[in-house]
Design a protein around this ligand. Structure first.
Ligand code: FES
Ligand code: FES
Length: 216
């Protein structure tokens, strides 16, 4: 038997308390000046959190389940359905958006991780009455058939040209001491994460080359 202050616990008492805590839901106790309040936390229940970011130039604030992907936040909460869900697993590139200047798969990241970030979706690049040069080039070169992969292709292509301008080498850059160029080989390599089931690849490469200022 052990003594702790005014209380005395036997080994049997401790075993009973331990067994009860395993059977009962987790309880968070908040101490107040005179009363200790118990608040039940149900295991596995959603945790809701606020996130504030800038999407296509507008400040947006959402309350989301912390498990919500950036893709679902854009599509289901902000109704920006231009960004597509293909595999939802990081394999197809249909969900590509630009975050703080870098392309990412929005299905692979949680919305709450983007507090304060700047997100650009296909709607933010341009609209039918005011197309981004990359969008106009895809139209000119028929860089699509069904169009499902196209928003991701275009967001990725815009970021690819920025990566090339910034001198970031790729796996096929032969000479790391010179700036990479927007050649067909560089474009194919850098766009290899964007899958097109319609196989519009030759026209996609031609569209990107033209947008880069190179005649195809
Ligand atoms: Fe994100 Fe396929 S939906 S990579
Ligand atoms: Fe149909 Fe690419 S245009 S999947």
């Amino acid at each position: 038997m052990r003594t702790h202050g005014d209380f005395e616990f036997s080994r049997r008492d401790l075993l009973i308390v331990g067994a009860a805590s395993l059977a009962a839901p987790t309880v968070a106790v908040t101490a107040e000046p005179s009363v200790a309040k118990a608040q039940a936390v149900v295991p596995g229940a959603p945790v809701i959190s606020k996130v504030s970011f800038n999407v296509n130039g507008k400040a947006r604030e959402l309350e989301v389940d912390t498990r919500t992907t950036l893709l679902d936040a854009l599509r289901e909460h902000l109704h920006l359905t231009g960004t597509k869900k293909g595999c939802d697993n990081g394999q197809c590139g249909a969900c590509t958006v630009i975050v703080d200047g870098r392309r990412i798969n929005s299905c692979l990241t949680l919305a709450v991780l983007h507090e304060g970030d700047s997100v650009t979706t296909i709607e933010g690049l341009g609209m039918p009455e005011n197309l981004h040069p990359m969008q106009a080039s895809f139209v000119k070169h028929d860089g699509y058939q069904c169009g499902y992969c196209t928003p991701g292709q275009i967001c990725s292509a815009v970021a690819v040209l920025d990566e090339i301008k910034a001198g970031i080498p790729s796996h096929v850059s032969a000479d790391l001491t010179t700036l990479p160029q927007a050649t067909a080989a560089e474009i194919r390599e850098r766009m290899s994460g964007n899958i097109c089931r319609c196989a519009a690849y030759p026209n996609i490469v031609a569209a990107i080359k033209q947008a880069a200022g190179i005649q195809s």
